[in-house]
Write a protein that binds this ligand. Structure first.
Ligand SMILES: [Fe+2]
Ligand SMILES: [Fe+2]
Length: 247
């Protein structure tokens, strides 16, 4: 079984970051001993250098390998450059063994909140997914912005501006999981054979209504995918259970 923890939207800053919640979440996730952690953006509140330094310090507390894509907040104030300096590449491809591929996309634009993948990155994505199909890989694509509207988030604003084309590429290549953040609301949609999962905010105080800080856990076996919604310091709920796609 492969276990992936999906975290998002830490928002390190003077005002919106809850250190106590982060420490609780880090302890829970380390106890789970996941094979990897995927962080879908908004590490920082404003993309400031000092916030990235703060984020890096906290992220080093995770024991599992961590893979990160930037969010709209990380692209502010030259944060897209700082991300590369302190965190790593803004888009990447990771092969785990012979069966699993995780692709990270940069959906941010400097000093804009909108989500956008754009032509060159879309072409790169298609090429990577072609290889996943040929190799019959279980494929996961992670990006900050949502590819389809999320309930309980009011007026739609920042869904990917090229969501239709990206969704077509992802679903026609039968990507198994799409992981996003941004809205601070956990959710699952299923589009064709693809499971589209949003993570809530791990430890930011920017929460809607009574939605709590949370993270998702994916247990992937040869037969099925189990998705758990883990409220930090609270209930761990089975969020969804799906048979693996026939290859
Ligand atoms: Fe956020
Ligand atoms: Fe965001």
């Amino acid at each position: 079984m492969t276990v992936i923890a999906h975290i998002s939207d830490l928002h390190t800053s003077k005002s919106d970051f809850d250190e106590e919640v982060f420490m609780q979440a880090a302890s829970e996730i380390n106890n789970l001993k996941p094979d990897m952690i995927v962080l879908t953006g908004d590490l920082t509140g404003h993309g400031y250098y000092v916030e990235f330094e703060q984020a890096k310090k906290y992220l080093e507390m995770f024991e599992a390998p961590l893979f990160v894509v930037p969010g709209n907040h990380d692209a502010r104030n030259l944060g897209y450059q700082t991300f590369e300096e302190l965190i790593g590449e803004r888009s990447w491809k990771l092969s785990v063994g012979e069966d699993l591929t995780v692709i990270g996309l940069d959906s941010s634009s400097p000093d804009e909140d909108r989500g956008h993948i754009g032509g060159p990155q879309h072409m790169w994505l298609e090429h990577q997914l072609d290889e996943c199909v040929i190799n019959e890989n279980f494929s996961i694509v992670a990006l900050h912005h949502h590819v389809i509207s999320i309930p309980q988030t009011g007026r739609e604003r920042n869904v990917l501006s090229d969501a239709g084309d990206i969704l077509k590429t992802l679903t026609t290549h039968e990507v198994d999981l799409i992981l996003s953040g941004h809205k601070h609301v956990p959710n699952i949609w299923r589009i064709n054979e693809t499971i589209v999962v949003n993570a809530g905010s791990l430890c930011s105080t920017k929460l809607r209504g009574n939605i709590r800080n949370s993270y998702n856990v994916y247990n992937i076996t040869d037969d099925e995918i189990e998705i758990f919604l883990n409220n930090v310091g609270g209930e761990k709920l089975l969020f969804g259970k799906y048979p693996r796609n026939e290859l």
